[in-house]
Design a protein around this ligand. Structure first.
Ligand code: FAD
Length: 460
C-alpha cells in the first residue's frame, strides 16, 4: 500500500516517463556484473535528469521508508547495485552532461552519469587526459567509478580515482545537497569529505556532480610484451623494474591459463606456452621513454624473460584490446566467473601468485590470475558454476584462503572493486572492531534510517 502511494507521488512529482514498474524492465536492474550474487527485483526504477529531481526522489523514499539503490552502468564486480531489499533503483544514466572542460585550471566538471571514456574523449582535443581507466572504461559511469574509487590499468604511475576527484555535489539521505571541494589544487577546509564519499559505494549519499583533475597527455609511449617460462621470474621482474626506478604507466600480468583463453578469443599472437606474460607500457617525454624502455628490456632479460616492443600503434592497440577482452574471454569457459581483487604490497607479488596456484590445487578449483601487477592488484578469476553446490563450497573455501593470505602479506581485501555485497562478510577481518565501529557510526550519522544501498558494505 505504502509503495503504491510512493509510486503515485513519484509519478506526479517527476512525470511517469521517469519511472518504470514494468516487470521486463525491472528485471534488468535485478543484478549487476557480479557473478554468484542473489537476483532481486526492485519495486521501481527511477531515472532523474537533474539534482533537483534526485532530491525529490530521496525525499519521497524517506517519507515512505523505501530503500534506495543508486546505480550507474551496473558494471561493478562486488554486487554493489543488487537491490537486495527490493525498493527503488535510482539510475543516474540520464544525468550525463559534461558541464565544463576548464583547460586553464586542468579541471573538468561532469554529471555523474557521464561515461568515463566520454570524459577522456572530451578533454583529448585540449591535449589532456583523465587517467583512471578501469577495464570497463567504455561503459562505466563517473558516478559509479567515484562511488567505487575505481582503479584500472594506469594506477601504478597515475594513481586511482580518489587522486583525481577535487569536488563533489552529493544528495544526502535527508535531502540536503552537499557541495564539497572545487577547482583549487589546495583545499584543507574542514574534514576531507570529498575522500569520504569517494569509495562510499552508494551507502552515504547520491553523487550528482563531480569536479575532476586532468593532466597533460604524455607525448610518447612504448608498449612491450614480456614472456616468462616461470611465474616467479615474472614476479621478480616486476619488482626489479621498479627497483631500477622505472614506474611504467601500466604493468599487467596474465598467467598461462588466462593467456590461452584470451588468445583463443582475441587472436593477437599472445604466446600460449609460457607461464606468464607481462604487458608493460612506459610513457612521458620521448627521450625518457626510450631510456626507460631500455631499462625494462634489460631487466626482463636479466630475469630469464623474452621481450618485444610493439612496432606501431596497431600492434599496441591489439595488445591492449586483448587485455581488455580478458574477462569476456574467461566468461566463455564456465557459466560463472568470480573475479576477486585481493591486493598485496608489490614486494609480495611473487609469494601471492604462487599462493593462489597452491590454493587452487588444494581446493581443486580453476583459477586464472591476471591483474594490475605493478600495484600488487591481482585478479584471481575463479571459473565455476553456481549450480554445482559441491564445487561452490570449495570455491568459497579457496576465496577465504586467498583473502587470508592477502591480509597476512600486509595486503587488502579489495584494491579497486569494493566491498559491496560480495565481500561484506570479510570486512571485519581487515577493519577490526574499532574500524567497524567508526564506519558504522559514520553510516548512522549520514543515513540514520539505513535507506541508502542497504545490505552493502556492512554484513547484514
Ligand atoms: C569487464 C570489466 C572490467 C573492469 N575493470 C575494472 C578495473 O580495471 N578497475 C576497477 O576498479 N574496476 C573495474 N571494473 C569494475 C567496475 O567497472 C567499476 O567499479 C566501475 O567504475 C563501476 O561503474 P558503474 O557506473 O558501472 O557503477 P555501478 O556498477 O552502477 O555502481 C557501482 C557502485 O556505486 C554506486 N553508485 C553508482 N552511481 C552512484 C552515484 N551516482 N552516487 C552514489 N553511488 C553510486 C552503486 O550503488 C554501487 O555501489 C570492471 C568491470 C568489468 C565488468
Amino acid at each position: 500500500m505504502l509503495i503504491q502511494q510512493a509510486l503515485k507521488e513519484l509519478a506526479e512529482t517527476l512525470g511517469q516517463d521517469k519511472i518504470t514498474t514494468k516487470p521486463a524492465e525491472l528485471a534488468c536492474y535485478s543484478f549487476d556484473a557480479t557473478a554468484g550474487m542473489p537476483v532481486k527485483t526492485p519495486a521501481v526504477v527511477v531515472t532523474p535528469t537533474c539534482t533537483e529531481e534526485v532530491v525529490q526522489v530521496i525525499n519521497i523514499a524517506r517519507k515512505y521508508k523505501i530503500p534506495v539503490y543508486p546505480r550507474g552502468a551496473g558494471t561493478n564486480i562486488s554486487g554493489g547495485t543488487v537491490p537486495l531489499h527490493g525498493g527503488l533503483v535510482l539510475s543516474l544514466l540520464k544525468m550525463a552532461k559534461i558541464l565544463e572542460v576548464d583547460a586553464e585550471n586542468l579541471v573538468a566538471v561532469v554529471q555523474s552519469g557521464v561515461i568515463i571514456q566520454e570524459l577522456d574523449n572530451a578533454v583529448a582535443p585540449a591535449g589532456l587526459i583523465y587517467p583512471p581507466d578501469p577495464g570497463s572504461v567504455a561503459t562505466a559511469t563517473m558516478g559509479g567509478s567515484v562511488a567505487e574509487c575505481s582503479g584500472g590499468l594506469r594506477g601504478l604511475k597515475y594513481g586511482v580515482t580518489k587522486h583525481y576527484i577535487m569536488g563533489l555535489e552529493v544528495v544526502l539521505a535527508d535531502g540536503q545537497v552537499l557541495k564539497i571541494g572545487g577547482k583549487t589544487v589546495k583545499n584543507v577546509t574542514g574534514y576531507d569529505l570529498v575522500k569520504l564519499f569517494t569509495g562510499s559505494e552508494g551507502t552515504l549519499g547520491i553523487i550528482t556532480e563531480i569536479t575532476v583533475r586532468l593532466i597533460p597527455a604524455p607525448e610518447a609511449r612504448a608498449t612491450m610484451m614480456a614472456t616468462f617460462e616461470r611465474l616467479a621470474d615474472a614476479g621478480n621482474a616486476i619488482q626489479e623494474i621498479i627497483k631500477n626506478k622505472v614506474i611504467p604507466a601500466t604493468m599487467e600480468i596474465m598467467d598461462q591459463m588466462s593467456v590461452q583463453v584470451i588468445e583463443n578469443f582475441a587472436k593477437v599472437g599472445l604466446p600460449t606456452d609460457k607461464q606468464a606474460v607481462l604487458l608493460i607500457e612506459v610513457d612521458g617525454i620521448p627521450a625518457v621513454v626510450e631510456q626507460e624502455a631500455e631499462i625494462v628490456i634489460k631487466t626482463v632479460q636479466q630475469n630469464n624473460g623474452s621481450i618485444k616492443k610493439a612496432k606501431d600503434e596497431r600492434e599496441r592497440e591489439a595488445l591492449w584490446t586483448a587485455r581488455r577482452a580478458a574477462f569476456p574471454a574467461l566468461a566463455q569457459l564456465k557459466p560463472t566467473i568470480i573475479i576477486e581483487d585481493a591486493t598485496v604490497p608489490r614486494s609480495e607479488i611473487t609469494t601471492m601468485l604462487i599462493a593462489i596456484n597452491e590454493i587452487a590445487q588444494k581446493h581443486n578449483v580453476t583459477i586464472c590470475t591476471l591483474g594490475h601487477a605493478g600495484d600488487g592488484n591481482l585478479h584471481p578469476a575463479i571459473l565455476t558454476d553456481t549450480k554445482d553446490k559441491e564445487e561452490m563450497v570449495r570455491v568459497h573455501q579457496a576465496m577465504d584462503e586467498i583473502f587470508k593470505k592477502a591480509l597476512e602479506l600486509g595486503g587488502t581485501l579489495t584494491g579497486e572493486h569494493g566491498i559491496g555485497l560480495a565481500k561484506s562478510r570479510y570486512l571485519p577481518w581487515e577493519m577490526g572492531d574499532a574500524g567497524m565501529d567508526v564506519m558504522k557510526r559514520i553510516k548512522k550519522a549520514l543515513d540514520p534510517e539505513g535507506l541508502l544501498n542497504p545490505g552493502k558494505m556492512f554484513p547484514d
